[in-house]
Design a protein around this ligand. Structure first.
Ligand code: DC
Length: 226
């Protein structure tokens, strides 16, 4: 099968919509590969932090992008997908707030997005791919067979984040989390390059009142009953 003929399911949506968890489970169910595109931005951010690369040193960042070899390995002890950079598990290092901030900033750079486009296309291999992020259906895989726009109310997403933090022993106020989420939504939707938006041919799924299993089932049914 040529790259274009390999089926792709894209799942785009705002932070906290559950797209990472859902995409991993769906990939497992379909026997497809998984791409968490935000991770690629995070890996570049981690590299910049570790090597003290200045944000405007595009040459260094693009050089890293060219040479990096990333794999998503199902599944870690915690049931989560692990991220391997040149066979080294860097999953935990990618979850920090510092990395998230760096990734968010790199994501606004057109040259970085262009370089990552090629990388992302490389994940499209047989038998198929589930790709999640902000611009999977709109920019990276516009010819995807199935496109999902996964969303949930900002309040529910803040609540999910609060529960996730609590599990890590961190307490955070719902009001503060809600404010952060609303600010991030605005940044993602209003940026000039590849803003978060629903592709015209995407199916909108609202996960506010659905369990993870229900969302996976719903999307799997859409994909399998094409
Ligand atoms: O989903 P995440 O939090 O791991 O994403 C990290 C950052 O990368 C976030 O600021 C949004 C950005 N991103 C993007 O611009 N385009 C994507 N396809 C995926 C993530």
């Amino acid at each position: 099968m040529t790259g274009e003929a390999v089926p792709v399911v894209t799942i785009d949506g705002p932070a906290g919509s559950g797209k990472g968890t859902i995409a991993v489970k769906l990939a497992g169910l379909l026997g497809y590969h998984y791409l968490g595109s935000g991770t690629l931005y995070r890996v570049l951010a981690l590299y910049s932090l570790q090597h003290q690369v200045k944000e405007d040193d595009l040459q260094a960042i693009l050089g890293m992008c060219e040479g990096m070899h990333i794999r998503f390995s199902p599944w870690g002890d915690d049931g989560e997908v692990r991220v391997l950079l040149d066979s080294q598990d860097i999953s935990d290092q990618l979850r920090t707030e510092e990395c998230a901030k760096g990734a968010s900033s790199l994501a606004t750079c057109p040259q970085v997005r262009q370089a990552l486009l090629k990388k992302q296309h490389g994940f499209r291999v047989t038998p198929g791919l589930v790709a999640e992020g902000r611009d999977m259906g709109t920019v990276v895989f516009p010819d995807a067979r199935h496109k999902i726009y996964l969303t949930a109310s900002a309040r529910e997403r803040a609540f999910r984040r609060q529960k996730q933090l609590k599990k890590q022993g961190i307490s955070a106020s719902l009001v503060n989390l809600l404010t952060e989420i609303e600010a991030r939504d605005a940044r993602d939707k209003q940026r000039d390059i590849s803003p978060l938006r629903q592709a015209a041919d995407a199916v909108r799924v609202d996960s506010t009142d659905l369990s993870i299993a229900q969302v996976v089932q719903h999307i799997a049914a859409l994909v399998q009953n094409e």
